[in-house]
Design a protein around this ligand. Sequence first.
Ligand SMILES: [Zn+2]
Length: 242
Amino acid sequence: MLGRDHALSGALAFAALGPTLHVTGSHLAAGVLLTGGAGVLPDIDHPDSTVARSFGFLTEAFAWVVARISGGHRHGTHSLVGIAVFSAGALAAGAYQLSGAQSAGHAAFSWHMVPAGLYLALLYSAALRAVHVGGHHGDLLGIGGAVITCYTRWDVVPVPLGHWHVPLLALATALGCAAHIAGDELTHGGCPVLWPFSEREFHLLPRPLQFTTAKLGETWIIFPLLTGALVLAVWHATGHPL
Ligand SMILES: [Zn+2]
């Protein structure tokens, strides 16, 4: 699946759950964008992917390392273990950010913001890049968004999920990665969801309905469907009846 459609499917997942999660306003906007970014995150195992090109050679080198660790493209990062590792990273960055906030006060800069800030910048920039919001302008917007999100602490706002409260950034990460894997499972390639225990590729559709990345089916069916569904989901999540 193309980066653009992965980002849209991540954004759609958060927007569709918005009313259930009782997330509105700026938290909804941040959640939709960050989940869109997390929607391309699993492809950080490929140096040519949208997310790997976000910050030039820095993210490309990182992608090379991830590919080595996770067994190559569409392996570890496209599994349940991958979702767990990315989400745990987001949880840890959020917890570290909050631990610094207690001592530094609201407006002050703290080094504890840096891991969460870098991660936020990566997700925002990747989301914008995926929907072709211009290269360096998109990166600057992503960095600006990350700074605002860090200082306002939107990324660590607790979102009600059943009996638990989960920080927004961790939830966005888990949802976006899950949407990415579901998207790749609609294609002929499939995903090794149980990696490293099994290399078996899982599919969500029977073979005749699976599509090939970037071919007509994705351009003329998947992309319009995702765009339409995202517009409707945001409309509904912002308090309008469907
Ligand atoms: Zn993928």
